[in-house]
Write a protein that binds this ligand. Structure first.
Ligand SMILES: C[S@@+](CC[C@H](N)C(=O)[O-])C[C@H]1O[C@@H](n2cnc3c(N)ncnc32)[C@H](O)[C@@H]1O
Length: 223
């Protein structure tokens, strides 16, 4: 089974230090929620995020949503041959139970993530807990961890997929952030850093390409 990990993702509830910021307070009021119960989202909270530590990696639940749709809509996932985990830039891991469909509607996705990160979980299908990348990899026990990055060695998505498909329990790590690179903590658990295109691509495009190629390569290994 392939473990697909979105790492250092811009997915979190609004941190305490921003609760009183006008953009956050107004958004929470409009939604009838507490500021600490809503997702940090740069589309709405841009002005409040100035000065926030590592702000460039935070407040992008839309990127996570798009990447999750790419993975969970693919036959590899639907057939139970891949699982998906979201590690966040604030040190949480959101586990999505095998074969769970992620809502296509962003508002429903946001609600689901707000519940999970707030410690509530709809039917136990999506669960969040504090966990770093090292601990996550310790749990998954992959036989090899492939990190996807523009800084990696050049490889085609097909070539990478063939290596991935030849293993029993591979992990593929894609950044769930808009810009910047993997942190030292993430780099420490990656065995191979691979670039599948000269250009920087969106995480959901990388996810879709890798998952599709693994699907094809697994077919070749079965034949
Ligand atoms: C929007 S990018 C983050 C920007 C970052 N400078 C980069 O491209 O590595 C989100 C994630 O997509 C993956 N990614 C983007 N372009 C890639 C490429 N050409 N090859 C491999 N992975 C890529 C990486 O995992 C990256 O962390």
């Amino acid at each position: 089974m392939l473990s697909f990990v979105l790492a250092e993702s811009g997915l979190e509830l609004v941190p305490n230090e921003l609760w009183r910021k006008p953009a956050v307070a107004a958004d929470a009021r409009r939604r009838g929620k507490e500021p600490g119960g809503i997702l940090l989202d740069r589309s709405f909270h841009h002005s409040a995020m100035a000065g926030l530590r590592e702000a460039e990696k935070r407040g992008r639940p839309d990127l996570v949503h798009a990447a999750l749709l790419s993975v969970t809509g693919a036959p590899l996932y639907l057939e139970g041959r891949a699982e998906v985990l979201v590690h966040t830039s604030t040190g949480m891991v959101v586990e999505i139970a095998e074969k769970t469909r992620v809502p296509k509607n962003y508002i429903r996705f946001r609600g689901l993530m707000e519940e999970a990160l707030g410690g509530r979980s709809e039917g136990g299908l999506v669960r969040a807990r504090p966990m770093g990348m090292r601990e996550l990899v310790g749990d998954l026990r992959p036989d090899r961890v492939f990190g996807l990055s523009v800084l990696g060695r050049q490889e085609t998505a097909e070539g990478l997929a063939r290596e991935v498909a030849s293993l029993k329990a591979p992990a593929v790590v894609v950044g769930g952030f808009p810009r910047g690179h993997f942190s030292k903590e993430t780099m420490a658990i990656i065995n191979e850093l691979v670039r599948i295109d000269l250009r920087p691509l969106e995480a959901h495009v990388v996810a879709a390409r890798v998952v599709y190629e693994v699907e094809k390569a697994e077919g070749e290994f079965k034949d």
